[in-house]
Design a protein around this ligand. Sequence first.
Ligand code: DGY
Length: 321
Amino acid sequence: MNKKPVIVVGRKLPESIEARLTRDYEPRFNADDKLYSTDELLALCEGADAVLPCHSEHFTADVIAKLPDSIKAIANFSVGVDHVDLEAAKARGIIVTNTPNVLNDATAEIAMLLMLGAARRAHEGEQIMRQGTWTSWSPAFMVGTQVTGKRFGVIGMGRVGQVAADRARGFGMEIHYYNRNRLTPDLEKSAIYHKTVEDLLPHCDVLSLHCPATPETVKLLNAKRIQLLPDGAIVVNTARGAIIDEDALASALKTGKVAAAGLDVYAEEPTAQSIFKDIPNTFLMPHIGSATHDTRDAMGFRALDNLDAVFAGKEPRDRVA
Ligand code: DGY
């Protein structure tokens, strides 16, 4: 009988995924779900055939250079691959895969939660109720922004952006978007296309970011571009923190140029000291866009399908390098 491939598993995964890993592979599980240091990760990779990491394990060029020759694949349990230096992996002949599509609904749900939470001051309301400080009501109390019928702007009209736009249509919002390529009419569904980010921004009562973090998109939403938003716009980010200049957004939130922001992702993660934590007109979540039972299972099965293809000598469906 052939020896089963040895797989280093970056984090604790759902039961059904660990069961399939145990059936088909020789997994090196992370039972305590600890965040491995680079040295620990590299030590675990000795003699292994592949790694199944999350976005929390960083495969920089330096880490990839130190991986043993036995590693054939990095099969990510994530759609984002900004934690992996794809060029370095390619140079070493290491296959890299991700888990596209299966996160669309969960992430779009969180985008809606963030939009509504930011617009309707959910964080302040929660605090008042939990601290027991609610003592009066008046028409001027906790007045927020209504999103129904307003304009929903998307940067990055890929799979998640399209589902978020569909959900926003449920609020009667008019969809505007910027994408590197214009969508075909069946996918565009009458959304209004803008050729540049600069053209899009003045049309965004709500701006929702859905593009990947790449060298081209780092700090894409900077101070200059924030000024192009309508006064009192709402900013939502479920993509990656790196695409916002956080200092510039914090300043705009303090002046009220941006009425509120709903954020799930941050330039540095995890962080107990986000620069947004003391800014009241924010609604903040700790990177849970894809954190539903359904989606976690789907991500795991997709990552395993990719691994299976690699070890069957086939082209994995979601190869990114
Ligand atoms: C992803 O899949 O990229 C999500 O951000 C969770 O890692």
